[in-house]
Unconditional design. Structure first.
Length: 189
């Protein structure tokens, strides 16, 4: 993998605990990783976990660290080669589909020029939530808008259901990021 500046957006799903391993693997491969977290995400895993792994501040509060000339979300959005939102909640899908920007993750997305910087979503939720018409509608519309939306996997869920809605494992997400970066680099050559 070519070294890149990768954003990992985390919204409030139980699969958030799996993202620490992905972030560590990306850092170990020489990438600079900025982690963005919604308030709900910080209830599942602490920002300290990610600031320790990345050796960088976590963007978990859009009202903090504001540089007078350049709000933090704009600076981060412009610096990224790619943003992966994993887990991407049912709520985050709805927000992104409606262009809402009231948390650190959706706010950074709002400032990304997606012709230059791909945004990849990894929806993860209970199987009934995944099948809701609203979820399916939001996924279809986000794809139409040019977001890459990964398929969720079938299997055991933390809510003790078995079905569609599991987030792909860390190694799959790592390969998705690697592939997206190499496609982006070949297109810009
Ligand atoms: C224990 C628990 C687990 C949850 N897991 C998920 C999940 O896996 N996926 C999901 O879409 N929502 C899940 N939720 C609901 C979200 O946390 C909730 O919709 C929250 O408002 C999402 O906020 P965010 O999208 O700003 O991060 C869970 C809630 C709780 C209390």
């Amino acid at each position: 993998m070519q070294h890149a500046h990768i954003g990992i957006g985390i919204s409030g799903g139980i699969a958030a605990y799996k993202i620490a391993g992905l972030v560590s693997a990306l850092v170990q491969n020489g990438n600079t990783v900025d982690v963005l977290m919604t308030e709900a995400a910080t209830r599942f895993v602490t920002p300290l976990t990610f600031s320790s792994l990345t050796a960088r501040p976590v963007f978990d509060n859009q009202w903090a660290h504001i540089d007078g000339h350049e709000p933090q979300h704009i600076k981060i959005a412009q610096s990224l080669s790619l943003l992966l939102i994993a887990p991407c909640t049912m709520d985050m899908l709805a927000k992104l589909n409606h262009g809402r920007t009231d948390d650190p993750v959706s706010l950074v997305v709002s400032a990304i020029d997606r012709e230059k910087t791909p945004v990849i979503l990894a929806p993860s939720m209970n199987t009934v939530m995944m099948k809701q018409p609203a979820t399916q509608r939001n996924i279809a519309m986000l794809k139409d808008d040019g977001f890459t939306v990964l398929d969720s996997e079938y299997g055991w869920q933390a809510c003790r259901a078995v079905g569609e809605g599991r987030m792909p494992e860390q190694n799959v997400l790592f390969d998705v990021v690697k592939e997206a970066l190499s496609t982006k680099n070949s297109l810009s050559c």
